[in-house]
Design a protein around this ligand. Structure first.
Ligand SMILES: Nc1ncnc2c1ncn2[C@@H]1O[C@H](COP(=O)(O)OP(=O)(O)O)[C@@H](O)[C@H]1O
Ligand SMILES: [Mg+2]
Length: 295
């Protein structure tokens, strides 16, 4: 089987006419009425989130700060803070119910099947190690690659995330790169082990608008070229509108509205969704809507 990073390199110049499979693929990630509770007081913080993520699909989660977006992502990644627990529902990754996985089973799954990029890339990198070495580490651990092989692959990944001079970046330290470059590096590291699902949680929030757009285009491109399934999380409706097939609108731990992105934006049914849209009208939300080809 061709790996994601191979596909990225091989298919970069292909037309991609056939796109993702037309078959109704089984979901790679499936959340069914997921509830997350706070152990300290037994209260539920997230009150039932459900969605299916199939290959090549992008699901967006939008909502104000504190609405439970990150906890939902962390539950799907098996990295909930100790204070929280999944109190109901199920989370399936590639057909396996993950709510009962042991730590070693998680270690095998994370990176290799499901991976994530968060806000503030600098905090995920070791400031005293060169970029190339940090990504190579992922390849050595997750893929068992040797030094030379890892180096080639790292350069390929840096190229795949459109860093202009992969050889230079390979030998640089994090402080030498801009925020946008660091986020590309983090994405390269996140896709290094060929995951099929990538969760981008506020991955563009710390970046200025132009760089945000570039990173979102990069994610869209990874979906296109590598068939990655994406979960894009943001408090900013414009970010989700730009990149998602389906959107969940969350407020105070509840999903208040959910559906195809264009349907939700064109005819929102919930007042809170209308509020989010009106907040964006001053910027002109339509500018962020990339026209999608009809299927
Ligand atoms: N590590 C934590 N310790 C205590 N409370 C937390 C922690 N993480 C999240 N919370 C609380 O859980 C709720 C949901 O948080 P979160 O999922 O991070 O929201 P979002 O990502 O939508 O901003 C918030 O009320 C937040 O204060
Ligand atoms: Mg968050």
């Amino acid at each position: 089987m061709t790996t994601v990073s191979e596909k990225l390199l091989i298919r970069a110049e292909e037309s991609g006419a056939s796109g993702p499979s037309q078959d109704p693929s089984p979901p790679l990630l499936s959340l069914r009425d997921v509830r997350i509770g706070d152990r300290t007081d037994g209260r539920d913080i997230v009150h039932g989130v459900s969605f299916d993520l199939t290959p090549g699909k992008v699901v967006g989660i939008v909502g104000e700060s504190g609405s439970g977006k990150t906890l939902t992502c962390r539950a799907a990644l098996g990295i909930l803070p100790a204070r929280f627990e999944v109190t109901g529902g199920s989370i399936g990754i590639d057909g396996t119910d993950i709510t009962a996985l042991t730590p070693p089973q998680w270690t095998a799954l994370r990176g290799a099947t499901i991976s994530a990029v968060f806000q503030d890339p600098a905090s995920y990198l070791n400031p005293s190690l060169r970029i190339g070495k940090q990504i190579a580490e992922v390849l050595r651990v997750k893929k068992g690659l040797g030094r030379r092989e890892a180096r080639e692959r790292v350069l390929g990944l840096l190229h795949a995330v459109y860093l202009r001079d992969p050889e230079l970046v390979h030998d640089q330290y994090p402080f030498e790169l801009s925020g946008g470059m660091l986020q590309r590096v983090l994405i390269a590291a996140a896709i290094a082990a060929d995951p099929r699902i990538l969760i981008a949680d506020e991955a563009t929030t710390a970046l200025d608008v132009t760089v945000q757009a570039e990173i979102l285009d990069l994610l869209a491109d990874l979906r296109e070229r590598a068939g990655l399934a994406l979960v894009v999380v943001s408090h900013d409706l414009a970010v989700v509108a730009r990149s998602c097939d389906e959107v969940l609108v969350m407020r105070q731990g509840e999903v208040v509205e959910q559906g195809p992105t264009h349907a939700v934006l064109d005819s929102p049914r919930h007042d809170y969704t209308r509020l989010l849209i009106s907040e964006h009208e001053q910027y002109g939300l339509e500018k962020f809507l990339t026209p999608k080809e009809e299927a």
